[in-house]
Design a binder for this molecule. Structure first.
Ligand SMILES: [Zn+2]
Length: 90
């Protein structure tokens, strides 16, 4: 239901400049409204995801906790508002 996409982990790799040895990936959850945007608000570069994941040379991987927090919040909101949040169609 939620699509995920890998980015460089800025805390672990030092950003795009350091891609040499201990490469770390950070998995974001993609917004349903904009597939170039993560739920935490970060804009994603698709080329990074494709080259890194296809290459399969990530040393470490972790999930973006702000993204996961948004997913959890939206799922809890959906449970509370079962059937109540449907848009009214005329
Ligand atoms: Zn994120």
């Amino acid at each position: 239901m939620y699509e995920m996409r890998a980015e460089f982990d800025p805390d672990a790799t030092g950003g795009l400049e350091n891609t040499s040895s201990s490469l770390a990936l950070l998995w974001h959850v993609i917004s349903k409204e904009d597939n170039q945007m993560a739920l935490c608000g970060q804009r994603l570069a698709q080329t990074v995801h494709e080259s890194l994941v296809a290459g399969g040379h990530a040393a470490t991987e972790r999930c973006c906790s702000p993204c996961l927090a948004v997913v959890r919040a939206s799922m809890q909101a959906a449970e509370v508002q079962v059937g109540a949040a449907q848009p009214v169609r005329s």
